[in-house]
Structure formats: structure tokens, C-alpha cells
Design a protein around this ligand. Sequence first.
Ligand SMILES: Nc1ncnc2c1ncn2[C@@H]1O[C@H](COP(=O)(O)OP(=O)(O)OP(=O)(O)O)[C@@H](O)[C@H]1O
Length: 835
Amino acid sequence: MDDDGFLLNIAEPSAFAGPSSKGKIKKGGRWTERVKSKHIVQKRTRNEDHPETRGDQQERPQKRPRTESKTSSAPAPTQRPAVQGKPAQIISSLFSSNPTLPKQSAPKHPSTSKSLAAPSNAPLTDSSTFQGLRLNPLISAHLASRMNIDKPTAIQRSVLANLLDPNPDIAARDVFIQSQTGSGKTLSFLLPILQDLLPLSSLSYIDRSIGTLAVIIAPTRELAKQISDVLEALLKLRLRPEGTSADAEDGQGGNLTRWLVSGLLVGGSTKTHEKARIRKGLPIIVATPGRLLDHLQNTESLNVGKCRWLVLDEADRLMELGFEESITGIIKGLDGRRKLALNAVEEGKSMEVGGWDWERRRRTVLCSATIREDVQKLAGTTLVKPLMVKAITAEGNAPVIAAGADTTSGDAITEQKLTPPSQLTQKYVVVPLKLRLVALIALLRSLVSQQRTQGSRIIVFLSCTDSVDFHWTMLGGTTMGGPAEEDPSGSDSDESDAEEAKGSHRGEQVEARSPLLPGCSIFRLHGSLPTPTRLSSLNQFTGKARKRKEAPGADPKAATSSILLCTSVASRGLDLPLVHAVVQADLPTEGGATEYVHRIGRTARAGKGGEAWCFVSPSESEWVGWVSARMQDDTEKGKGTAAPSLGEVGIESVLCSGFSCKSHEYEDRATQIQLACERWVLRRKENASLARRAYQSHMRAYATHPSDEKQMFHIRHLHLGHLAKAFALRDAPSAVSRAQGSSTQSRLTSAKLKSQPKDKSAGAKPEKERARDLERKAKKGDWVIDHSGDAERRMQEVVRRQGKLTRKGGAMVSGGGSADYQVPDLGMLEKLVGK
Ligand SMILES: Nc1ncnc2c1ncn2[C@@H]1O[C@H](COP(=O)(O)OP(=O)(O)OP(=O)(O)O)[C@@H](O)[C@H]1O
């Protein structure tokens, strides 16, 4: 990897405890360097004499006397005394007291172990053509000439063969699609809709006021917007019958799609604007369920009586997010409006022009990665005589359709495990908790440098919104040089208070830049951000905005690589071009192996290459075998094929590669980076608060792993002191909760008090006493870090209950119904415990 500005910013290599010191005490030069050099030599000697004092031992190390820290090559761990009532700070070494890592067979370098498998989601290379599948030649010609899409993918071949089949028996059936990520499902349902609506262009009365003829529902705003963009691209094709000139009489150049206007209806945008568009007519609607149901119930001008198509994309996600009731409501709404429209026509009360084929039924397409019980139930209630359509990956095979029985029960819909694209390389790194932050920075540096010429796009998944905010803000604010380490009176300086008072936080800023990741723009995405910020982050990440920067006169230093820090909100369906790597710094807390496959499926799309990385802590290493077994294709076709394997890469290789150094030099560089992050946390009160919040929310998120994964992800396995370090905190765990607790204490107390029964029946403590108890507890820092099984169980129950409660209404978060995991705040937890 090339050196860059980053290296120049940190201390001279000679100052590091690298092999270059060759065991000699430095003579001459600055006294600080001489002292450092002396420490290094002393440490080496001790390590040789007592190798057991390096890189340590047990799962949950005992607290050691502070003298132990002198054995580390990194700056000596110290406990800073409490100043003016502030909690003591712990500056411990990154490379001591870590659990022993399982032996690696062959430590691999990050850039090795490329996948050689043939792509499984690429366009077919056999004789299949779109025209051969009965796609209108006008559409296929335009796909090739304007969108560079010549050949169908396997799933497109299977789906089009069904949906374009004129046989009335097939046309009478609905379709269930299951396929790999990035295999082109969006076009597989949009093309048949377009082809079906195109002939209506010849009706003399046709225009957009005809009403809505197709409805597509997606679980998240981002996914709905993306489908809407692909649809708009298709509609912009300005399909003209052969021989029609562009300046035909209608002023539209005979454009057959002129009346086919699409509309996006999603939560978070202004309803007034949407209503105005609905009034003018939207023949195709792409929507999120909540907003569509709202319009069906409250917008009279929404004319869906003639709707011919209903698509439920990512149906399993829709179910996970609790949209079942909304979907049922939408289907009832569509049926009801149809009946009303038909009655009006039959009674002669309608203004409708005659000639509409009211006999034609609405066809439903349901896409889902998994076929769990709730999805089967949905299929049972929404699909008629469903045909189960899966991709045929083997080249040269004729389309194979797994047909369901002629029932509406959905019984014949059979599960097939979701497998990742075969060309996708999967790697994992066993990272001790303490090293998580520096390991993430190192890995990102390494991935960015691999793709420097093309400019890389990397997606990083984190456990919760607070963690995303912390990493994004911290990376954008950390400097390697910078001011003095911290204000000796603590971080609550007047300056920071004044800035805070002015509200000088990062606000709606979308892009962050970091000296630790030179040439990179860093974006974030989670459900608590306002919709415009979410869309702007995605736009800029995918480079639409960057194209403008590259325009003449634009800033030549504009970043060439982009990193998107996000929660699971970005795991489904998003097609972000040129993403070459996905990093799961936190493994999914919900959705198990399926969620993992969806996340890694943001790369290696449509036959392109890509790599997926995940961090596994030593106590989670069993997860690797667990997830591999769940990705094994155990259908007849898949039997005998090897399970998709995750290759291990050593933590040392990641650090060496990321910090461009050899051998143990990485310890010093990693330490410098860690210290820079810790300094950032100390610099301002709001930084510290952000870090503490992220740490606590991460733990709450961790507690939500389902019970069948608890043996791998138990909160009791987390060394909380080490975890604090991963959030650049120098506080002891109890101090973290105390510091955060003091700001939420009043909320906690009032919440708890409110939840108490009003009567003072026998045995109940008087309110004042209870409040004192609570205060005492909060001061002790017991709110979160209480390892007694009971507190932990209660917390988990509460988190689960809260999840269920929020999902019941179909809305996931307070911030606007996104597919985001939103951790409850402490007040909420306490409130629920009290119920
Ligand atoms: N026939 C094709 N030839 C080349 N590229 C295609 C073809 N069909 C689709 N693509 C491209 O493949 C990418 C993935 O398509 P799409 O987003 O529809 O996948 P998907 O199956 O819905 O993925 P996911 O399961 O992740 O939602 C898109 O960039 C799309 O433009």
C-alpha cells in the first residue's frame, strides 16, 4: 500500500517500537525519543524472558495490577486520577489482555484468496434473448441500446417465461419469485408490467387520468426510490412504433409511454405534493406500505379501481417490519375500490369511458428471499394458484419453473436456502474487542488503497444508529496532530459548552472526510435521519454528486472513494453501483444467515466481483461454521456443491496492510490511531456523550440476538472494558453508564415514578424512597452494566417486548417507519420494566 498523508501526520517511524530499533537504546536526538527507545528495549527483554506476558490468555482476564501495563510496547497504560470530581480515565494498551486467538492454519493477507467461481447472478451467455422470451422488440431494442442490457439473467428468463406467457391458464396464476441477490429481480417484474400496459397507448382516450394500473410495494424508502428510478429509466425510453418519426403530430413523437407516469409515495415526504400528483393521475405507483395505506384511506382522488398489477417486493422484510396489517389493508382497499368502480359503471353512474376490460383480474407478484411461516401465510392470502419461480443458474438449462399446486394455500411453496453469488469472496477476521476500532480503520484503508485508481465504494454495517453516528462523526473529526490531548479539567470546557449552546453540531451535513482515510468521502445511512439526508447520502455515495465535482472547474482534490456507514436499513434490495466491498463490523442481530447474505449481496451484483468482510470477536468464532451451514444449497440441484466458505484473514495482516508496515510496527501505528480517536472523544462533551451513547446502544442491540444464537452472542461474553475501547472511551464501564446515566437520570426517575402504582398498599415503598433507590442505582452505574442474570434477562425481555410493540403498528421507529433497528432509550427501558 502506498504511503500517504496519514503516515506523515503520525510520529516518525523511528519513534515506533518497530524492528528497526534492533534492540539498541537510541543515543542522541530528543530526550523523549531516547526514553521511548529505552522502554522498548526493556520491554523486548522482558518479553523474551517472559513470553507469557504478551498478547494474553484467558477469556475474561482478571484485573491485573497496573504494573503489568509496562510490558506493552504501546504507550504505558495509566489510570489518570480523577480531576475535580471527573471519573478516572483508563489509558490501557491495545495489545495486552486480549484473549488468545484460535490458531490460524495459514494467516492470509487481506488481498489474497480471490474467488475463482463463475458468477451465478450474471446475464446468461447462452442463446437466451429477451425477444425469445416474447418481450416486445421495441422494449428489448431499447434495453440494449440505452441501458446496455442485452441478455436476460437466469431469474429474468424464468419470470418472463411466466408473466409474458399468453396461455390463459398461466395468466390466471400469481407468481412467487425467489432468487439470489443482484440477479435482476426488479426488471423481471417491471418489464412484464410495461409490456402489458403498452398496448393501452392505442386507446383514443388514454392519458394519465386513467388511474393507477400497477402498484409496487417495497419495505424501505430507499428501495422504493430505487425501483422508481429504474421504472423512470424504462419509461424515458420514449418507445415509438417503428416508422414513427420523432416529430409526429402529437408533439410526443408517437411516444407510447407518454401517459405512463410513475409516482413515488413514501413516508417522510410531503403529502400535499403527493396528493397533487395523485389528482393528476399516476398509472404506476411505487410506495412504502404505510404511506400507500394512508392515501388509500384518506386521498379520495386516488383511483385504483382498475389496478391490474400488485408487486410485493422483499415480502419477508415487509413481514419482519410488521407491515402485515398494512398489506392486508392495502389489498382490501384495492378490492373495495375496484368493486365501487365496477358498481358505478354497472349502474351507469360512472363517467368512465366504456371499453375497459373489467373481467381482467389483478395479478400479484411476490418476491421473497425466505419462505418463512409468515411469508407463506401472506402468500396464502394474496396469491391465487401461485407459481413458484426460481432462477436457473446452470447455463444452457431450459427455464425450469417449480409450479405450485393449484391451491391458494401456498403449501406448494417450498423453501430454498438463500445462497450468496458464487463469485463473491467472503472473508472474516477474528478481532479482539479492544482492537475493533483500529482494525476497522486499517481494513478500510487497505480496501481503499486496493482500488485507488478506480475509486472504491465500501459499505460498512454497524449494529445501531448511535454507532453509525459515532463512527461517522468521529472519523470526520479526528486529527492525527491536533491540539493538546485534553483539557486537564476534563472535557467540559467553556468553549465546548458555548459551541454546544449554539447548536454547532454536524446537523444535516452529509459528507465527512478523515485524515485517517485520505481521498475518501464518508457517508452514513440510518432510519433516524430525515428522508432528504438519507437520499442525499445515497446519491453522493453512488457518485451522482461526485460527477458534478468532476465537472470542469471542480475541486481536483475531490474524493475518489466512498464509504457508507449504515445499519441494516441498507441490507435489502439496494443496488448501489460499483460497491466492491461490504464490511460487517457488527454481525446482524436479526435475520440470521439470511440477513448476512442480503448484506453481502450489496456487492457482486449482476455477475460483477466483490468481497465481503466480517469481524468476529473471539467468543463469536463459532458463528463462522454456523452461517456457512445455513448457506449450503441442500436442494437436489445443489447437493454435492461445496458450502460457500468464509476464509480467515489474520488480524495482524489486516493491521499491517492497513497501516503500511511490517511485523510489530503495526502495534505502534494502531496505538497512535487509537489515541487520536480517544483524544477526539475527550475534546468535547458532546463527543464523549456520542461515544457513550453508541457504546450503550451497541450493548442493547447485542442483547437482541435471538435465543438460538445466544451461545455465540451472549452479552455476558463481552468484556465491557474492552468494548469501551472500541468506542474510543477511556472510562471504566461503570463510569460510562454513570456519565450517561446522570444526563438521563431525571428521565429515568420520572419514568420509573410514573410507572409505579398510585396506591400505597402494604409492602410498597413510598415514592420518595423509591426515587432515592433509583438515584443510588444510577450513581452506582447499574443501569446497564449489571451482570446479574436477572437484570440481563429483564433487559433482553424489555428490548424484545419493545421491538414487538413498535413493530405491531407497522412502524419500526419513532423517526419514521424505516427498516431500522432503533434501540430504546434508558427511559423507555425503565418504563417498560416497570409495567
Ligand atoms: N439482464 C441484465 N443484464 C445486465 N445487468 C442487469 C440485467 N438485469 C439487471 N441488471 C443489473 O443488475 C443489478 C441488480 O439488479 P436488481 O437490483 O434488480 O437485483 P435484485 O435481484 O433485485 O437484487 P436484491 O435481491 O439485492 O434486491 C442492477 O444494477 C441492474 O441494472
